[in-house]
Design a protein around this ligand. Sequence first.
Ligand SMILES: Nc1ncnc2c1ncn2[C@@H]1O[C@H](COP(=O)(O)OP(=O)(O)OP(=O)(O)O)[C@@H](O)[C@H]1O
Length: 241
Amino acid sequence: MRHRPRGENIIRFDSVGLRYGLGPEVLQDVTFKLPAGSFHFLTGPSGAGKSSLLRLMYLGLRPTRGRVVLFDRDIAATKRYELPALRRRIGVVFQDFRLLDHMTALDNVALPLRVRGVKESEIRRHVPELLSWVGLADHLGAKPSTLSGGQKQRVAIARAVIGRPDLLLADEPTGNVDDHIAMRLMYLFEELNKLGTTIVVATHNELLVQRFAHLPRLHIEHGMVTTLQQEPAAVDDLEAE
Ligand SMILES: Nc1ncnc2c1ncn2[C@@H]1O[C@H](COP(=O)(O)OP(=O)(O)OP(=O)(O)O)[C@@H](O)[C@H]1O
């Protein structure tokens, strides 16, 4: 973690296009930049390309055209062996969690800290505390196969935030939990953001988007990304005009 002064860009896309194989372009001419320390929702209908955009951001895919600049590094000009160090600065909450099945919840969350050589005494202090905060105090020793979808999701979120990454990318992080836990998870993201992490949360949950009102919002439709500087007027508001 080496947070940068707010205002500098953490990530920049210039005219980025993406196609899978010989298929049509699923993202077209995507251009935006995210300043360090900002918080954005990523919205759009199912199949619009939210997960694909996140994959480009965490370097899980290379664009078919255009330029991606991450932490001031042009990814096309970055050597393959340099990519893992960049990736370690990003926390990712995958839609399908991607927990390691043979490890306990505690060990899954501890992994990013162990990779970084953090002392076991610190790991034993911080990891149970975070897992308790997301409501999993009774499941520290549980293997993912014994956890519900919502519990796995919370382990995945704890793993993504434990190392206070420079950039957090979360794909539908509240998709499997009730409203109360969704709020708790959002507050966790807000706290992380206050500490300097830039955050992108892909979601279908309009209530969350309206309630936390982080702008600009990135919105994808028909392969195009727009940055919305204000929330679209609700249908009731339009009818009242
Ligand atoms: N691995 C892949 N191979 C081929 N096409 C893909 C692949 N992954 C996604 N797509 C296509 O890319 C488009 C965007 O998909 P993506 O998963 O990014 O959308 P999304 O907005 O995240 O959807 P959802 O909200 O349903 O998760 C879709 O048309 C999808 O079929």
